[in-house]
Design a protein around this ligand. Sequence first.
Ligand SMILES: Cc1cc2nc3c(=O)[nH]c(=O)nc-3n(C[C@H](O)[C@H](O)[C@H](O)COP(=O)(O)OP(=O)(O)OC[C@H]3O[C@@H](n4cnc5c(N)ncnc54)[C@H](O)[C@@H]3O)c2cc1C
Length: 642
Amino acid sequence: MKLDSKIPGGPLAEKWTGYKKNQKLVNPANKRKYSVIVVGTGLAGAAASATLAELGYHVSTFCFQDSPRRAHSIAAQGGINAAKNYPNDGDSVYRLFYDTLKGGDFRAREANVHRLAEVSVNIIDQCVAQGVPFAREYGGLLDNRSFGGAQVSRTFYCRGQTGQQLLLGAYQALSRQIGNGNVKMFPRTEMLDLVVVDGRTRGIVVRDLATGKIQSYAADAVVLATGGYSNVYFLSTNAIGCNVSATYRAHRRGAAFANPCYTQIHPTCIPVTGDHQSKLTLMSESLRNDGRVWVPKNPADCGKHPSQIPEADRDYVLERLYPSFGNLAPRDVSSRAAKRVCDDGRGVGPGGRGVYLDFAAAIARMGQPKVAEKYGNLFDMYQRITGENGYERPMRIYPALHYTMGGLWVDYELMSNLDGLFVLGEANFSDHGANRLGASALMQGLADGYFVIPYTLTNYFAAGKYNPDKDRLTTDHAEFKRCEAEVLGQVKKLLAIKGKKTAVEFHREGGKILWENVGMARTKESCELAMAKIRELRAEFWTSVNVPGTHEDLNVALERAGRVADFLEFGELLARDALTREESCGGHFREEYQYPDGEARRDDEKFAHAAAWEYQGPDKAPIRNEEPLTFDVVKPSVRSYK
Ligand SMILES: Cc1cc2nc3c(=O)[nH]c(=O)nc-3n(C[C@H](O)[C@H](O)[C@H](O)COP(=O)(O)OP(=O)(O)OC[C@H]3O[C@@H](n4cnc5c(N)ncnc54)[C@H](O)[C@@H]3O)c2cc1C
């Protein structure tokens, strides 16, 4: 497979400007001739649909929720980064670029990350113009707070509901285009296949989730903005509906899947309390601006009420290990520190899997009303879930699966290796390397949707390789029919098994295998074990799953079963990727590769590349391709937050 990253020439800071200056344009009258399918209405998909329609393309947009504004992006709490430097604390486009590249442990492309930092400032302006109610400080400027891995305050926020407010902004823009007839919206419609003819993407096959009808849509380009795959681990902070099916099915049709083992474990989640749970809850990273992480120094104190443990007997772990970043050390680093102290027997709460996040010092410094003003809804949420009052007693937190940096491989133009298939937001692998910094996912989703795809898709259409008047296929084409038949075949097969276990039970088991073996820490043996166990579970799934109901109606058990079937294939790919990356970097921690102080040891000589996997068929080993990463401006160094 040829992986051409298409990074433009010229100095790093001028590449994107140069690209836009030299790109080809489509005349406004001709734009009407082109049609685009966008799958996904989170920040990336909604922003892309609205912007492409505004440009004049015909857009058809799909999501599986009943409304586009229920996409998982709505759950994002803490904020969105941008290099505005309003607090005048030394931020710049270069510093945001540098922090993001270093935060990703030097496993992302310099050119993409620099572009992201550049357009971050436009995002804030666009969202303010839409009316997004960002928090403001006394002087009237937009307020900022800090997130992990940065020594400046560059995170814009709307209390603890930033994702919701940003999505409402994007949704308004989308609704305007739906109202104008430029976007045709298909809610409750799940993409189940990608149609590719002679290497060119031609459309998708979907199932109407209300009626069960399977049908195809053709277009001149397809944009996937279908989110991340954290739920392959079953328990994660993601919405229950999040899944890998759209990207995995595109992978089966030839799209390369890059770095699936780069998964992010967030340090600030409410700990697991038992087998009854179906998802986990994030406590926003913003809480680490004022909350202090600690555990008892002495394991014998773990059972005591925290107020009975004097200051001298507390270990403020992150402040001790990482004095320059303290409680705002990046997520991978903070998560591993929490795991280490719990493995030492110093964890608190049920099963010893928790550390304290203590606001006593912040309350003493600024008073409880001020703390409530900043984080009130998060304290309320914590109390509703745990029954404990976070103002009176330190919260208990533990790392959980949260975000996935891996995704479909894309070039600088955000096009996959399949001609005409573009991938945006969390669904692609592009900008965060092996670890994403807090508040950078919203930035990337909106950058991709509002500011990158309008240029790169236009450039693609304008290249003139393809004439929409003559070359577009209709859904009567044999390949569309073949894909529809395959989708229907799989649906019927699932219903016909009539086994004894639900898809949810298989999902829970598969997730446990991955969490225990390819979770926060991995080894060669654990990756091999995970691959073998996932294979076994997959075989059992296809003989023993029980999917009630029919396919010609609303059937949520059937939807879930299809997604779990994909997770059980994808889980093996994730473990294989972790096995073959014989180094530790970012969220990928191979125990064999660490420094004596427990920090991740990269191997730049052998692994300074993106691994892009090529599908070879069911139960066949995929091919590992490499895109080398070169660093012209920043010299990769051992990442230190000390
Ligand atoms: C609890 C939580 C809090 C977070 N807080 C922050 C934060 O403060 N700051 C930050 O930067 N990031 C945060 N993140 C991460 C961030 O929210 C996500 O990475 C981001 O919102 C993903 O946006 P997206 O547009 O790529 O995908 P999503 O918002 O996940 O949207 C995916 C869309 O694809 C559609 N879709 C998927 N598959 C199919 C299919 N097969 N057919 C049809 N439609 C399909 C869905 O219906 C949906 O519309 C948080 C994440 C979580 C879990």
